[in-house]
Design a protein. Sequence first.
Length: 254
Amino acid sequence: MHDVLEQLMTEPQAGDTFCGPPSNSEIPRTFGGHLLGQALASMAQTVSQEQVPLSFHSYFVAPGASSSAVEYYVERVRDGRSVSHRSVRGVQEGKTVFIGAAAFHRRDESGPRHSRSMPELAGPEQPLPKDPPSSRAFLQEWEDFDLRMVPGGVWMKHAPLQQDDLASHAVLLAYMSDMTLLHTALEGHPAAEVAMASLDHSLQFLDDFRVDEWLLFHTDSPHAAEGRALTHGSFFTSDGRLVAEVTQRGLTRH
């Protein structure tokens, strides 16, 4: 895959329907981040430019095929002065593969501030190992990204963006939030042979960021049992600001 952002941008159809291009990946099943990015891009086109993504909750309903386009049906749940809500359904060849909902918030409001500190992990000086276990199958898919694995997470950044707007950075972060995350559940089980698939995904946008600058994706898995795992991730800028939080449930069954 080349130019991930181009693959995530959806084209308006009739009404609030949008068409997302296929990823044309060598991996038959659609990568979850591809669906997340396209769904968010579709919903973002139905709100004003003054409102930016606040939160995004979604479910991967059925496996998608990377060779086929996806149609996204957006519902304008509510338009508020401060917050607007949207829901979305992704359909591929007549089958629902994805459902989600997002909130968008104005940027001109103020209030108290506090934030959790970034953990003391190694910086992004070391390049990605040639054969990292958590992303082996996707390295060719992620050529637009620079990835640097460290104990406890991964540093990542996208190549400089030609389409440099807030929506593009948010859409790409949605894609990035699915990269390597579920594999975190196997760090304590290196010999486990399991089938893996994302089930649900929750993303909170907290502060300003750029995806073409280094972001630390600090990940952990607080629980796994009965063929399912809970994983969590936090995005920090290189100067230590917490900018996004991710929670995901997935299948990790023998």
